[in-house]
Design a protein around this ligand. Sequence first.
Ligand code: PLP
Length: 848
Amino acid sequence: MSEQTRISHPKELPLSTDVEGFDSLAELALDLRSSWNHTTDQVWRQLDPVLWELTQNPWVVLQTVSREKLQRDLADPAFRKNVEYLVQARRDAAEAPAWFQQAYPQSPLSCVAYFSMEFMLSEALPIYSGGLGNVAGDQLKAASDLGVPVIGVGLLYQQGYFRQVIDKDGAQQALFPYNDPGQLPITPLRQANGEWLRLEIDLPGYSVWLRAWQVQVGRVKLYLLDSNDAANYPAHRGITSELYGGGPELRLKQELLLGIGGWRLLAALGIQPEVCHLNEGHAAFAVLERALSFMEENAQPFEVALAVTRAGNLFTTHTAVAAGFDRFVPALIEQYLGGYAEQKLGITLHDLLALGRQNPNDTSEPFNMAYLAIRGSGAVNGVSRLHGKVSRHLFEPLFPRWPVDEVPVEYLTNGVHMPTWDSAPADELWTEVCGKNRWLGETDTLEQDMRRVSDARLWQFRIAASKSLVGYARERLFRQLTASGASPEAVDEAKQLLDPNALTLGFARRFATYKRPNLLLHNPARLLRLLVNPERPVQLIIAGKAHPEDRAGQALIHEWINFIRQPDTRPHIVFLSDYDMLLTEHLVQGVDVWINTPRRPWEACGTSGMKVLVNGGINLSELDGWWAEAYTPEVGWALGDGQEHDDDPAWDASEAEALYDLLEREVIPEFYTRDEQGIPTAWVARMRESMARLTPRFSTNRAVREYTEQQYLPAAATYRERAADKGAVGRTIVDWEHALKDKWVTLRFGDVKVQTNAAQHIFEAEVYLNDLDPNVVRVEVYADGVNGNSPIRQEMMRVQPPDGAPLEGIYRASVSATRLATDYTVRIIPHCNGVAVPLEVNPILWQR
Ligand SMILES: *Cc1c(COP(=O)(O)O)cnc(C)c1O
């Protein structure tokens, strides 16, 4: 693989490639490790300080710098030596055995393919919109730190997600600057003979050429596909023009390129992942293409191939409302995938559609990508504890008659990549206390270590952080106002706004109505009183984009801008436009309190609040997503009663009042109550607890180790087992399923008797299996969980009389008599070693 995927330079080589030492700089510039490991920053700053500050893109700096400057700097032995040292350090880091190699030296896992529609890795590569991309990007980085063998697969968008400006009238305008591939830190993916790797994918009536690109993320690679190939029919060149733009048909085409094209790309590179991780349902077509590859290699039919390969697929859902799933009308699926189903997969269109439907026979039901992902995976997870529960409800219709608690969706809470989001001073503080390698392995000792930091040290760190945020906000606002043609007075004023000593609240997120970005504005007069209090001033920094089609979201932005433009609010609130990764970094590094106000339970996880942890910011959040499991009174503040109230306006109003109360009575006084050294000791104590307890727990370091141990390793082992011997185990599973299906409707219960003694109920059930092998089912006594406890499931055993042959169909079990006998019922479910029930097969027969 190394020969095929080595870093090579694009065709339009910058003029200076022949300068000695250029290759070393290029190697550093093309590794996105620089987005979290800042040892190379000084090199780029020296080459072009202005361009570096503005873009944080080493590759742009390297292409822009003049030949003379480059030659001069590289001729300086100190500079040159440093560059060579950094290159060596990069290579050493890429090769040293990491956590995974040490913990799992004999692992069956050689490769996880991680599919995602977006990746947020660096502002230099704008192919993301928000939270989903954040999770994907941060997980690749943590996989690199930990040495987990992950390869990312995504799309390269010519325009990425839209960029935001706020016009003179306070309205959002959407701009689509072009992502010039020559300026992005990516390289064409070339084959061994130097030819650019291109793939041909069939669309109805025409085929599409896809170009392949490579991104280096530390020791991990990300492959991107785009359709802007000169050989393409013009309409197809634009398929990858924009992220989340266009209508359903364009979205479907993008998802075909991602899932089917992505899997073919791996095949073309000779990469055979055991595990395919679907980050949201967008990439679910990879399930089909993976099964197809298996069919072709092993001469098996689709259903066997799917039974084998799904064991190696993991689906992570990020959606908290049914309307959030991607769904396509059947005609579109027929148009784009009808031929693929019949000619390649060897199944009917009806069977294909059934994979994406709740009811296979409802011809009007759209095709749901999340359903396909579930039908094609060996495990499914939500992204916070609460979201796991919400997802079990959302997917309940796919598991008819199963108790909702047994709907097979687990949870694995997201984290963020701390080395990306910490400030340089935070990095220094944590290094002092916890050492340089704190995010490269287990993190068990960080909590105690952090508790040892003194109040004075922590507070001095925070003061500096506020100061730099205010400086950045003024600078960014200055540029923003200049560009939007504001008056010279307004532009000048930007340099005086905000106060480095005031309490700073941050609110930055997508302006979607469920996030209630205007909750703080519910009572503008009350908000204003809070802000302008001369003794205890408060300031607010806001940022966020609303999707160009989302009128309601844009109206919320407008509302804020109108409020901010009043003379008395102006010094205390700024709206920074074009919320992006660079802005996030500065905000999470400097704010005192991060505010989060979604309507529970619609924020599946939320990650922005996790980014303040490492920097000593404190969360004030609705008890939703991650905060519902993170919150305790020592680490921050909570809003809401932990219940769901939908979009009830009366509840919104009462939460808004509760938010003002919390700020007035707790947050502001705690910040301004100082000891003789000027330290707010209660505040600092809360900050220390938040840093110590929550930072390791909500890091991607923890999340990726959990994915590896709880999902990837078992999935790889099960997949290998099923795939062995041309899918023999898969074949057995399919035969078992057929046998079950044929007989299931004829199974029935006879008498069920209960005898109760002092401590136990003894259940005895007559079961008619109609010649079905008793080993392929399990008979159980079941009772729903009460008061938050898990349900009770007790297997019943076939009764074996002392003198020989088993009695036909009598099953017995005893269960605790602490519950009433009538709470229990008897049921039959499928059973086959190693098969996930009910995820893979879901019939169930209840006695009553
Ligand atoms: C972290 C981040 C997000 C995700 O934020 P949530 O609102 O918590 O989901 C979105 N956009 C950007 C630019 C981010 O940095």
